[in-house]
Design a protein around this ligand. Structure first.
Ligand SMILES: [Zn+2]
Length: 370
């Protein structure tokens, strides 16, 4: 085996949709990439109205494992759920009854390869390519936008953050870190396809963007440290423009309601424990700001910020998993990482499926976090 190329990823999603029509829906994303590629998201679940988990892979081109992991997970869940068997990844096991519960109690929205142009370029020309393949601006020489700096969340970092904040984004198309944010928020077709899913599927309540590598599990926020007491210290409040993004200060910390913080930490722990069970690898669960560096325009914060910007939108808890110990491990190692990602995401799905089922029901139907 080897890593899937971009055509194989799309073909795999289409094949699964054809093989399991009662349990899937193939969603064609409306925006073609700059190189004209069509991308698809496979919804997996018996009841489309159930609360769902959006899973993203391949946002960053050189991170080769996540798309393969998501395709593998989709195939495993559909096969096991149809046969009535459980799944085993190393020492992580989930019985058939809980796989069935995942299929009946929730939906997995598997958007396995958000940025196929970038992946194709990484797999055929420049292995360490990170961005998409937006053609360079007129008179310019540098191609590509960092899709995970292009979302409409504190996108304009020069206005929104403290001048000395080390925000890992750039207004320069030629920035050597490959973190160019794009000409405007949500300028990129890859970004808009993710936004489209969140806009049109209000049942999505959890968002997991699978990247590599660290390893670590990140939850909101990435803009600054969080606090749970002052809603005024918010990305929406222009009084804090030019203040955000400094670690260790109290001038600004992003507001995160206590209940959402607790839910994110608990779900992060569910994923981390399942991953650890596969082969003993430790994925810490940390806020995105503390885990790496201040970010703007990232998908996890954008997903969670949407209901705060517009109360008519669903609340979506945002996570990023940074899997593996390198961008393109040898395939034998990649197979272990695929099992780890599968275990973590399946444990998350089983947890939220059980939780959704128990809402409003008797106390014996309690949420399980095992
Ligand atoms: Zn990444």
């Amino acid at each position: 085996m080897a890593y899937l190329n971009v055509d194989e990823i799309e073909t795999a999603l289409q094949s699964l949709a054809a093989e399991y029509p009662a349990l899937t829906e193939l969603i064609e994303l409306p925006h073609l990439t700059h190189e004209g590629r069509r991308t698809r998201c496979l919804r997996i679940g018996a009841d489309p109205d159930r609360a769902g988990v959006l899973l993203l892979g391949g946002v960053h081109a050189r991170e080769w494992v996540p798309p393969d992991a998501l395709v593998s997970l989709a195939a495993d869940v559909l096969e096991a759920g149809t046969r009535g068997t459980g799944l085993v990844y190393g020492n992580f096991q989930i019985p058939g009854a809980r796989v069935k519960q995942v299929l009946e109690g929730t939906n997995l929205y598997v958007f396995a390869c958000v940025n196929p142009d970038g992946r194709h370029h990484s797999q055929t020309a420049e292995p360490m390519w990170r961005k998409n393949r937006r053609p360079h601006p007129a008179g310019g020489i540098c191609t590509g936008v960092d899709v995970n700096r292009n979302f409409d969340f504190l996108w304009d970092h020069t206005e929104k953050f403290h001048p000395e904040a080390e925000v890992a984004t750039s207004a320069d198309p030629c920035d050597p870190r490959q973190v160019y944010r794009g000409p405007s928020a949500a300028s990129e077709p890859e970004t808009r396809n993710v936004v489209h899913l969140l806009d049109t599927r209000p049942a999505i309540r959890w968002h997991v963007d699978v990247h590599s590598f660290v390893p670590v599990i990140l939850h909101n926020w990435g803009s600054d440290e969080h606090q749970t007491t002052d809603p005024e210290q918010s990305f929406r409040n222009p009084a804090f423009d030019g203040v955000r993004g400094i670690p260790g200060d109290t001038a600004y910390r992003e507001y995160l309601p206590e209940a959402d913080l607790e839910a994110e930490v608990a779900l992060g722990a569910v994923m981390s424990r399942a991953i650890w069970q596969v082969r003993g690898d430790t994925y810490a669960v940390v806020p995105a700001f503390g885990g790496l560096y201040p970010t703007s325009g990232a998908s996890d914060d954008y997903a969670y910020s949407r209901h705060l910007s517009d109360p008519s939108r669903s609340r979506v808890l945002g996570f990023t998993i940074e899997c593996a110990h390198s961008f393109q491990p040898p395939w034998t190692e990649a197979e272990y990482v695929i099992r780890e990602v599968s275990a973590g995401l399946l444990a998350l799905a089983a947890d939220v499926a059980g939780h959704a089922r128990s809402e409003g029901c008797s106390s014996e139907d309690q949420r399980s976090t095992s």
